[in-house]
Design a binder for this molecule. Structure first.
Ligand code: ZN
Length: 144
């Protein structure tokens, strides 16, 4: 065994656009906030200067419930990034608030189709310290 420290794979870092800082700070705090349009009741993702549906700039940051439904999923069997060794999954989740997030589902994983499964958000601290919103299966799923 070597006494040298094992190098921790670096998670791809968030790309900070003009409107992303509040969202990433809320993720670091373990309570994701997204913009909500007071005019048309839309929850925005990604963050934007105005609502893409009604063009209102009356946007407020609100914590989301963390509850959602899997829209789509894929399991990659090839490692593209050291931070995500194969096999790993990517899911598209529609939050109950309406916004769609791309994330990962943590174990236990469904044995059959993942589409339509209810999921709950958790906050995972990656080996390099970055906190990411991820999901686990919800207890709201019907027993099969
Ligand atoms: Zn709107």
């Amino acid at each position: 065994m070597s006494d040298e420290p094992t190098e921790v794979p670096r998670t791809p870092q968030p790309v900070m656009g003009m409107y992303d800082a509040v969202m990433w700070q809320s993720i670091s705090n373990g309570a994701l906030e997204l913009q909500h349009c007071a005019c048309c009741d839309t929850t925005l993702y990604p963050p934007a200067p105005v609502c893409p549906h009604c063009l209102s700039d009356g946007l407020q940051w609100r914590a989301v419930s963390g509850r959602g439904t899997v829209l789509s999923w894929v399991v990659y069997h090839k490692t593209y990034l050291d931070a995500y060794p194969a096999p790993y999954n990517v899911i598209a989740v529609r939050l109950d608030e309406g916004a769609v997030l791309i994330s990962n589902l943590e174990a236990p994983l469904p044995e059959e189709s993942w589409i339509g499964r209810k999921v709950s958000m958790i906050y995972s601290t990656m080996p390099d310290g970055l906190v990411l919103p991820r999901f686990v299966l919800s207890e709201r799923n019907p027993v099969s």
